[in-house]
Design a protein around this ligand. Structure first.
Ligand code: FAD
Length: 440
């Protein structure tokens, strides 16, 4: 019978586990010793597999070759073929570890597989491709026998206790007061970048540099009223105990039209329109315009097909919060928080499209207004612990916000380390300077 005697270096903790190299190495040694995997008591391959099963949940080796946001979804799914369901679910995510879903990609998929997370639509950067793939994989989960590896997931996928505190997760936002906004660009700039300030003293939230700020924006009332007109409904129509207008402003996304909306449109139309709506619901693109169809454009495309307001709202996705890197330091300005926000605006056909949260912050809230917010903790994106350590910050194309925060923090704490920032922008001259003069 084959036996494992003294393996060169048994890695019990996968490389993707959320530990530093030092922690991983210590835990590996600890578990190898504890479980006597070092050969003092030889294990059979079956026993070895059972031990790994116990640690990782399903014996997966923890490798994630698909974890690269530039790899298209079809290739990611190919790379995950034959893996447990939770790993294939991870491959379906956008691989940005951006935190918008409240997890990283690995933990979000583990939570879905463990059935501790029921929402399949939280991966905003993954868009419809991810949503469709997750839906298909989730059906597989429903068929898996109870206790099968597909449903097992490491405990790391459970939200930590801090997430339950007010303002510490997207599920428990706190009210923060909007203070001011200031345009950073000079006249004629191709971009609109805003310095936005919030007062946190009322809600008592704090943060460290590197963290992000989650914002629950509201849809614009004029846009909502146009949608209500396309439905041929009244804004006072009651839906879920609220007016239709309030539901459309606060509760649902009016951005990409979801498959469920096309399904609804296919149910209540006929002939060629029905076929078209059905094709769109299945991810096909009969007229080559699928990528441009937000909720309003979908209603305009199927003008005359008027869903009942209740069914319409049910077919839409919930409104998602947006994350912004915090560009201030709590050490420098306690109780205050700033963001640096680029306005998203573009034109499709004859209609101007406005990014929801960036335009909400740039135009639609007023000093003194309360906004629902939360602090999203950064994982591994922070200043070095030793204030004397020099840092090189490279933010080509990503935005200046977190680096401004790092610089402000180092100045406020009198950190002696040198700071070097590489930052890219479309034009050298079109922005006024942001006060980051602590660079040395
Ligand atoms: C961790 C993290 C930190 C972030 N930090 C910052 C920050 O500091 N500053 C900042 O400005 N943003 C930041 N972002 C991005 C931010 O969260 C929002 O995604 C961004 O502001 C757009 O949101 P919105 O609601 O305004 O637009 P949305 O309503 O979400 O619309 C954006 C969508 O519009 C579409 N779109 C955009 N341009 C075009 C175009 N030209 N043609 C066709 N379609 C288009 C794309 O589908 C895009 O996904 C951060 C994101 C993350 C995840």
């Amino acid at each position: 019978m084959n036996q494992i005697t003294t393996p060169p270096r048994l890695e019990v903790i996968p490389e993707s586990a959320p530990f530093s190299e030092g922690q991983r190495s210590w835990l590996n040694g600890f578990l190898v010793g504890l479980l006597q995997l070092d050969g003092s008591v030889p294990l059979s391959p079956e026993q070895g597999a059972a031990v790994l099963q116990g640690v990782a949940g399903d014996g997966d080796d923890g490798e994630a070759p698909w974890h690269d946001q530039t790899v298209p979804i079809a290739k990611r799914m190919k790379l995950a073929e034959g893996r447990p369901l939770r790993r294939r679910m991870m491959a379906a995510m956008a691989q940005q570890d951006c935190g918008q879903c409240g997890y990283n990609c690995n933990d979000y998929s583990d939570a879905i597989a463990a059935k501790s997370e029921a929402r399949l639509n939280l991966c905003v950067p993954g868009g419809k491709e991810t949503a469709r793939m997750l839906k298909a994989l989730h059906e597989e989960l429903g068929k898996a026998p109870a206790g099968a590896p597909a449903t097992a997931a490491p405990a790391a996928s459970q939200p930590g206790p801090a997430a339950a505190e007010l303002g510490r997760s997207r599920d428990n936002p706190a009210p923060a007061r909007f203070v001011s906004r200031r345009l950073l660009n000079k006249n004629g700039s191709e971009k609109q970048t805003w310095h936005i300030e919030f007062d946190l003293s009322g809600c008592g939230l704090d943060y460290v540099v590197g963290d992000s700020f989650g914002i629950f924006a509201r849809n614009e009332v004029g846009h909502v009223d146009q949608i209500i007109a396309l439905l041929g409904a009244s804004h006072t129509t009651e839906v879920n105990g609220k007016t239709l207008r309030d539901v459309l402003i606060d509760d649902v996304s009016l951005s990409p039209a979801p498959d469920e909306l096309f399904e609804l449109l296919s149910f209540i139309s006929g002939g060629a329109l029905r076929e078209k709506a059905r094709a769109l619901a299945q991810g096909e693109d009969p007229d080559g315009d699928a990528a441009t169809l937000d909720v309003m454009a979908a209603l305009q495309k199927f003008s005359g097909v008027r869903p009942h307001p209740e069914a319409f709202v049910e077919a839409l996705e919930p409104l998602q919060p947006r994350l912004y890197s915090i560009s201030s330091s709590h050490n420098a300005t306690p109780g205050k928080l700033s963001l640096t926000v680029d306005c998203v605006r573009y034109v499709i056909g004859k209609r101007k499209r406005f990014g929801l949260a960036s335009n909400f912050l740039a135009e639609r809230i007023h000093p003194g207004d309360e906004v629902r917010v939360y602090v999203q903790k950064a994982h591994g994106f922070a200043l070095p612990q030793d204030p004397k350590t020099p840092i090189i910050m490279i933010g080509l194309g990503t935005g200046i916000a977190p680096f401004r925060a790092f610089l402000l923090d180092r100045r406020a704490t009198g950190a002696g380390g040198k700071n070097w920032l590489f930052f890219g922008h479309q034009r050298a001259t079109a922005t006024s300077s942001i006060p980051t003069n602590s660079t040395r």
